[in-house]
Design a protein around this ligand. Sequence first.
Ligand code: PMP
Length: 419
Amino acid sequence: MPAGVNSPVRAFGSVGGQPLFYDRASGCCFHDADGRKFVDYVNSWGPLILGHAHPSVVEAVKTAAGKGMSYGAPCAGEVELAELVVDTVPFLEMIRFVSSGTEAVMSAVRLARGITGRDAIVKFTGCYHGHADYLLVAAGSGLATFGTPSSAGVPASSAGHTLLLPLDDETAFRTLMAEHGSEIAAVIIEGIPANNGLLPQSQAFVDALSEECTRHGAMLIFDEVITGFRLGPQGAAGHYGIIPDLVTYGKVIGGGMPVGAYGGKREHMERLAPLGPVYQAGTLSGNPVAMAAGTATLRELLAHDGHAWKRLDALGARLENGIRDVFAAHDLPWSVVRRGSILWMALQEGPAPVTAEAIDADAADRYAKLHSALLDRSVYLAPSAYEVAFVSTAHDETVIDQTIEAFGEAIEEIGGQNF
Ligand code: PMP
């Protein structure tokens, strides 16, 4: 396997050192292959909102697996999860399951293009939407530009249908839509951008996206692969009170199994094959074992009036405040950004950034030191300064307080305000 990994960020390239090999995990902790135990704030990059190996999820998976690993044909498990999702998210009328977030986004973009008959899409710098060719793009020079490939192997012609804009710039967005609105199939944004730091967008900016899309007949795609069912039952769309035309899910909706999904209004979703002309298919789509994991996860979250999300928010706040206090005690002018159980540290002076461009490149070196000092204290943060931390319902006050203590010690060791 190239670099020993099956997904690049796992290789520890940006923090240095060797990646940890997981051996087994349960609750908020895992053991690595050398027998050491860590508190996990990566949680498989977001899916494990209930922590590792949650008993009801494991039980559901065992039962489903005992009845067959894959059918490639309709089964009750798909209907159960589809109904659960559609009943929970008021603006969703139909959903289709796929096997990853990348696939969900690719399919939603194709559907938007099929519905509008347009090719161009608008994407925001710093948002990650999976690794489809036309989404691996970097901005050229100038404010609103057609993208250029950000990965080798992506044809310029694929990237050339993607218009890139900075986040948080309502004027740039409205200007682009005034000039090109009639050519735009879709505007895609992460529910709350969480792949390049955590960059919460203002209500006004999100409202502007929705308004301009409606005005110009472009489809607003909310990519809720991270935020879906994590921020609350209605994800970031619920948080902002907006109704996207299409929404994409992944991570939490699969409870740790490979699941993605996309959905929207019936009139839009019925444009998909076999009812409509937009083709999309999958051998393992709606896999019964994966559906069982997703259903068990959502049922746990929705039980007791959604108490789990309140708990996640309280745990997140405890961690946020604790880390902020540690920074303050060492006169470090840094910020902690949090939405619910998603947390990110901006290791730089000044207000927390809300655009990719505002992130200080030096923060990555500071993060690498902090990451390594925390690993020495059995706290596992994402091996990249740009990735967020996730709290699960399996974390508790004691573990969070121990983590905060570890932060204090780590910063002392690195040299407090001098680093
Ligand atoms: N969209 C968003 C917002 C994501 O965070 C990710 C993955 N981190 C993806 C899409 C792609 O999902 P996957 O890795 O499951 O293909």
